[in-house]
Design a protein. Structure first.
Length: 373
């Protein structure tokens, strides 16, 4: 049975307009993420992995600009093409339908707010009605209903969001709402296996270890149970023991939340251990994608073959990939890997190879397997 596609990126083109020239960061990227799978997006530094993930969330930083293509995302709204969404729809989508775990947690945690404040803010942005209902139910259970405070909450539930906020401030019932949010914050911290979550909820980022800060960022991403989770090298700068814990946690999230996870990394060992499928990027292009076992056992693109050959093995000499990655400012024509490829042909210098399905579910962009020659 084929799995439903949750995210589909087609012919995505992204340029960065710099003083040095136009950086052609993504040149017609094609990649898809299916329901309940972990897709590994692998490639060298500068290959376009992070730009692809930021494009899916429409967070490409200036001077970057999405120039073409489409990004399909299954959302709770009617709109599905991310590139056509207005700012209001994008804000409601981020956190609720899709969330991102960044590789530097301390850069994305506010140092002057507690863990509870920061995760709670995400929850209140997308789940405020739910917490107001819980606050009403809690008050009625505690005071047998009919109190002025509970009646005020009912008015908030029937009011527009801005009016509900003003009523909440006016009648001074924030403590009840905060209590409901705290319960949920502690619950989500437990789900990412943080010990003593009640204590951690009241801590500030500088009081957390590197691994703990990364777990808090994961908890923040899970605050609204999104369908899609993007993990941008979440184990960078962590020691190997903590890395293993984070990878086990990612597996657990897939199992418990049925999340579709886009896992960005340059570590082929992590991909082999964690992912269901893999997409290989080189110089702004996806050059091969398919089932992780099939790609590791029988890679089709010369770049993926060279990557696997360059992995050190006992009793086998080290083989590096000759040459360097081409500049993305005025990049070379045709296949961007051709100057480093031992199979390069004349056509490779002139025309970019098409991204075609060579086996069932196994795609590659290479003239070795046919195409217009």
């Amino acid at each position: 049975m084929s799995l439903k596609t949750i995210v589909e990126v087609k012919d995505l083109t992204v340029n960065f307009y710099t003083y040095a020239g136009v950086v052609e960061a993504l040149d017609g990227v094609n990649v898809s993420l299916r329901e309940g799978e972990i897709l590994g997006l692998v490639g060298e530094t500068g290959s376009g992995k992070s730009v692809t993930s930021l494009s899916v969330m429409m967070l490409v930083p200036p001077p970057g600009r999405i120039e073409g293509g489409s990004i399909y995302l299954e959302t709770s709204k009617d709109e599905n093409d991310v590139l056509l969404m207005d700012d209001s729809t994008l804000r409601s989508m981020r956190g609720k339908d899709i969330s991102m775990i960044f590789q530097e947690p301390r850069a994305y945690l506010n140092p002057v707010y507690t863990v509870e404040d920061q995760i709670g803010e995400v929850m209140l942005v997308h789940r405020r009605p739910e917490f107001l209902k819980n606050a009403v139910a809690s008050l009625e259970k505690k005071e047998k209903g009919g109190t002025i405070e509970a009646n005020n909450y009912r008015r908030m539930l029937r009011s527009p969001r801005s009016l509900g906020t003003r009523l909440l401030q006016r009648f001074g019932s924030k403590k009840n709402l905060k209590a409901e949010v705290r319960k949920e914050v502690v619950k989500v911290l437990k789900s990412v296996e943080i010990p003593d979550p009640e204590r951690v909820a009241g801590m500030y980022p500088h009081e957390l270890s590197g691994g703990m800060a990364q777990r808090v960022l994961i908890a923040m991403a899970l605050a609204c149970n999104p369908k899609v989770l993007i993990a941008d090298e979440p184990t960078t700068n962590l020691d190997v023991t903590v890395q293993a814990q984070i990878l086990n946690l990612v597996r657990l999230l897939k199992k418990n939340y049925n999340s579709s996870i886009l896992y960005i990394t340059h570590d082929l060992g992590v991909v082999a251990q964690l992912c269901d499928r893999v997409a290989v990027m080189y110089a702004g292009n996806v050059v091969e994608t398919g089932d992780v076992f099939e790609i590791f056992s029988g890679p089709l693109h010369p770049y993926m073959r060279a990557l696997l050959d360059s992995i050190p093995r006992p009793g086998k000499g080290f083989r590096s990939i000759p040459g360097i990655v081409p500049s993305l400012i005025d990049p070379i024509s045709g296949c961007r890997f051709r100057d480093r490829c031992s199979y390069a042909m004349e056509i490779c210098q002139k025309v970019k190879p098409p991204f075609v399905e060579l086996k069932k579910g196994h795609f590659a962009a290479c003239y070795l397997y046919g195409g217009s020659q």
